[in-house]
Design a binder for this molecule. Sequence first.
Ligand code: GSH
Length: 201
Amino acid sequence: MKLYWASHACSLSPHIALREAGLPFELELVDLRTKRTATGEDFLAVNPKGYVPALKMDDGQVLTEGAVIVQWVADQRPATGLIPPAGTMARYRAQEWLHFIATELHKGFAPLYNKLIPEEVKAAAREKLTARFGLVAAAIETAPYLMGPAFTVADGYAFYTLRTWKRLVRPELPWPSLQAYFERVLARPAVQAALEGERLP
Ligand SMILES: N[C@@H](CCC(=O)N[C@@H](CS)C(=O)NCC(=O)O)C(=O)O
């Protein structure tokens, strides 16, 4: 299996999921500007969408969309509890988080990356993100992780968005309880290993 990734990108979330699941995989760095990989592959031939993450499986199939890749990864190792079983209400709750993180948090940062977007629009995006992160903060007031006592792939994805806030907005998270949550996830050995694996020479 091969995970196509880029630095500071949302591919960190499936990277964490793969390490939490203990699955064997390789990493392939993608240059998102040239669409070539570190070993010279044409990334558009791998994923015509041109963005990471993409997971090439052992049978050659390529799965894209981070919120879906992490579910596939978690389902390979059900005993890890990285996601509740398919068909249960708990699974829909995990999907509810994953979709919220993808569409409201991850994509909520989009205006902040765009140099052509005026500052007032960026300020409005930051305000909206603050309110959305407030919902995450409320969820972790009563439990260590989004789904309760145990870490799930939703936490790995949320962690990426918290890192993005720290990098693009300011080092302090908008809600105090989020900092403790960030540190809890950061301390996990699989998360440490993923961050180490993404350290560029
Ligand atoms: N819908 C995709 C979006 C992934 C995405 O936004 N990837 C960014 C990095 S975080 C990227 O590769 N951008 C480069 C591009 O769009 O060309 C998903 O949820 O996985």
